[in-house]
Design a protein around this ligand. Structure first.
Ligand SMILES: NC(=O)c1ccc[n+]([C@@H]2O[C@H](COP(=O)([O-])OP(=O)(O)OC[C@H]3O[C@@H](n4cnc5c(N)ncnc54)[C@H](O)[C@@H]3O)[C@@H](O)[C@H]2O)c1
Length: 259
């Protein structure tokens, strides 16, 4: 095992949802470990801001604006990532996601259900379908699900269904890719103190009639939300050869919320 600080030196890492909170924290951790990072996001302006906030060596950072739910755009961003440093992809982080509505199933809008499934599930499926052939043997794939990949709460039918589905997709991919020593895992964060979660909690507060942030903290044994940096440490571990015997796993980073 490589014990040097730059244990991801030269590795090509593709991160979708790269302009967002977890994507950006993960990019920062990977760059610090010496990796080359290719950020993908559908929000081009946010992507440009995110890239410049990293203050990275331009030789180690590239971006592509793309919608992960679109097949052609997926093939395009993956092809550009593999071409950028003229070497196969070492780490693919399927992280882009949206959360949908907080309403009972009987009121859940059909189009919103489809939209959540399109980004969270179809987007990850497409990344695997077109990404696996571009990965190096021994590469790592990580899918960002959520604690609601293994638990559920009222009102989040599309989000919880999509995140459960990602565990099934990951398990299939882990078995299919193992012959090439490619590892495929899920990271399952609990509530993180960021804008994505604050938006959920603002709407949840209206639904339940009390402070959803405090309610969730009370449901987390460690008594608080996580930080994007705490998720990024698990991302870094699963990206690297330090997790060389880990595949097919669901790695909860949730302060014990699932227990
Ligand atoms: N924030 C939390 O508490 C939390 C908890 C568990 C899991 N997660 C998961 O972590 C992942 C990252 O979330 P985050 O908290 O960083 O939120 P975020 O909103 O900061 O980041 C998500 C990013 O994905 C991008 N994105 C959305 N749809 C896209 C598409 N179709 N194509 C390309 N990019 C797209 C957005 O533009 C955004 O930059 C998501 O999959 C989310 O479900 C978040």
């Amino acid at each position: 095992m490589d014990q040097t600080e730059e244990y991801m030196a030269g590795k090509v890492c593709v991160l979708t949802g790269g302009a967002g909170s977890v994507g950006l924290a993960s990019a920062r951790a990977l760059l610090a470990a010496g990796a080359r990072v290719f950020l993908v996001d559908r929000d081009a302006a946010a992507l440009a801001r995110a890239a410049s906030s990293l203050h990275a060596d331009p030789a180690h950072l590239a971006t592509a604006a793309a919608d992960v739910a679109d097949s052609g755009q997926t093939r395009d961003y993956l092809g550009r990532a593999a071409a950028r440093w003229a070497r196969p992809i070492d780490f693919l982080f399927c992280n882009a996601g949206i959360n949908g509505a907080i309403v009972p199933i009987t009121e859940y809008p059909e189009d919103l259900f489809d939209a959540v499934m399109a980004v969270n599930v179809r987007g990850t499926f497409l990344a695997l379908k077109y990404g696996l052939p571009l990965l190096a043997d021994g590469a790592s794939v990580l899918i960002n699900a959520s604690v609601v990949a293994v638990t559920a709460d009222p009102g989040i039918a599309a989000y919880a269904t999509s995140k459960h589905a990602l565990v099934g997709l990951m398990r299939v991919a882990a078995k299919e890719a193992a012959a090439r020593r490619i590892r495929v895992n899920v990271v399952a964060p609990g509530p993180i103190g960021n804008a994505f979660q604050a938006d959920i909690e603002r709407r949840l507060t209206q639904v339940v009639g009390r402070d959803a942030t405090a309610m969730l903290d009370a449901a987390i044994p460690l008594g608080r939300h996580g930080t994007p940096e705490e998720i990024a440490q698990m991302v870094l571990f699963l990206a690297s050869s330090r997790s060389s015997f880990c595949t097919g796993g669901v790695y909860l980073v949730d302060g014990g919320m699932h227990v």
